[in-house]
Design a protein around this ligand. Structure first.
Ligand code: ATP
Ligand code: MG
Length: 379
């Protein structure tokens, strides 16, 4: 016993002898089944509700019903499990009819040698189907996120015009406060209103930075300004979990675009924040460091004091749809997109991390000298 592949098997079968036969066949094929045998529709329903199961094997002829009757019970619960029928002698038409109704395979009790391979194949295919469903769900989610981004950018754009007009009117009234002999507290109230309006304008600018990265041309971009935008956008996620420590080197212009860079940094900072438990801001820190490293390279580092990432995952986290977050929270596209965007800008991205030692993501970007008129003319 032991050492075999565990298999949670629901067996619909009224004969104990056949159960033993099946068990011994499965063991000889390398499975270690934990088997539950049921023989009435009520028992089947109860077992399905309790689950979970890896596979279902059913006899065909059972007292009062046939094996096919169990199939709808499985389907109506949204379960997609290998469902095999292992039957005594029945006509070929019966087998054909069973396959048509959605049974994955039909085997005969006197030819059980086919069971092991058939089960292995169906387990594999069920796994492939499950993986495809997970991908589709995540794709839908990422579509929704992209649509939401577009919507936000549109709303930001719409707010801009009335906001400009509001600010102009506030300025106008403030500038003529003396002629109108306004009271000091009226003036103060107007100043407050004006500051709030400026704040709204900054928020809108930040939202617009993220709109439609693919439409922005690559060119010299102010690194620290983009980083600040991304950090403001991430603030709600960061402040309940960590101290934010900015350590910027000399002012840098890099080859990129605001929207692409902002998207990269936002994902890295949110990943760092999400790796930390909420309410732990006094214990944890997120460092954002920038340094000119080589004459033509700027290094950005986003470091956290979270649980870290085991070495065997350092490449996989950059794969599309790899995520350890529950559905609805992560699509697993963040780092995949980061790497694509960084590469497009002629840069590189990587991770250094060990479990228990925190995580350090670094991004190397090409430094861009602001093109002088002479340079752009000769280019
Ligand atoms: N700072 C970090 N600390 C620990 N694990 C991390 C960190 N950053 C990324 N990871 C791991 O890498 C996985 C992939 O990250 P990625 O940004 O690609 O997707 P996600 O954050 O899960 O989802 P999405 O970014 O699409 O919302 C995460 O699920 C997490 O397991
Ligand atoms: Mg992410």
């Amino acid at each position: 016993m032991g050492g075999g592949q565990p298999l949670r098997l629901l067996l619909i079968e009224d004969s104990e002898d056949d159960e033993l036969l099946l068990l011994s066949e499965l063991r000889s094929c390398g499975y270690e089944p934990s088997l539950t045998r049921v023989e009435s529709l009520e028992e089947i329903e109860r077992a399905l509700n309790e689950g979970p199961w890896d596979a279902i094997i059913s006899d065909y002829v059972l007292p009062g019903f046939n094996g096919l009757a169990a199939l709808p019970l499985v389907k109506e619960r949204g379960l997609d499990l290998p469902f095999l029928i292992v039957s005594g002698a029945v006509g070929e038409d019966t087998a054909v009819e069973a396959m048509k109704s959605g049974v994955h395979d039909f085997l005969f009790k006197d030819r059980l040698a086919r069971l092991g391979p058939a089960l292995a194949r169906e387990l594999r295919e069920a796994e492939v189907r499950a993986e495809r469903r997970r991908m589709q769900e995540r794709l839908l989610l990422s579509d929704r996120l992209a649509a939401l981004g577009l919507l936000a950018a549109g709303v930001a754009h719409e707010i801009n015009n009335p906001l400009s007009s509001l600010m102009m009117n506030l300025d106008f009234t403030l500038n003529s406060a003396r002629e109108r002999s306004l009271q000091e507290d009226d003036v103060q109230a107007l100043r407050n209103a004006s500051e709030c309006a400026q704040h709204i304008q900054e928020i809108i600018r930040d939202i617009k930075v993220f709109a439609r990265p693919e439409a922005q041309p690559l060119g010299p971009t102010d690194l620290h300004r983009v980083l600040d935008s991304a950090l403001r956008m991430a603030w709600n996620q960061v402040f309940p979990r960590a101290q934010l420590i900015k350590d910027y080197g000399e002012a840098s212009t890099v080859h990129g675009s605001e929207a692409r860079l902002a998207q990269i940094f936002l994902n890295l900072v949110i990943n760092a924040a999400q790796a930390l438990p909420e309410g732990s801001s006094h214990e944890h820190a997120i460092h954002v460091v920038t340094r000119r490293s080589l004459p033509d390279t700027v290094r950005v580092e986003i470091r956290d004091t979270g649980p870290g990432i085991p070495a065997e995952l350092h490449e996989r986290i950059f794969e599309p749809f790899f995520t350890t977050k529950p559905l609805g929270e992560g699509t697993g596209l963040g780092l995949f997109i980061c790497r694509r965007l960084v590469t497009e800008m002629g840069g590189r991205i990587g991770v250094e991390s060990q479990p228990g030692q925190g995580t350090r993501f670094w991004v190397h970007l090409r430094a861009a000298a602001t093109p002088s008129p002479a340079q752009s003319a000769s280019a």
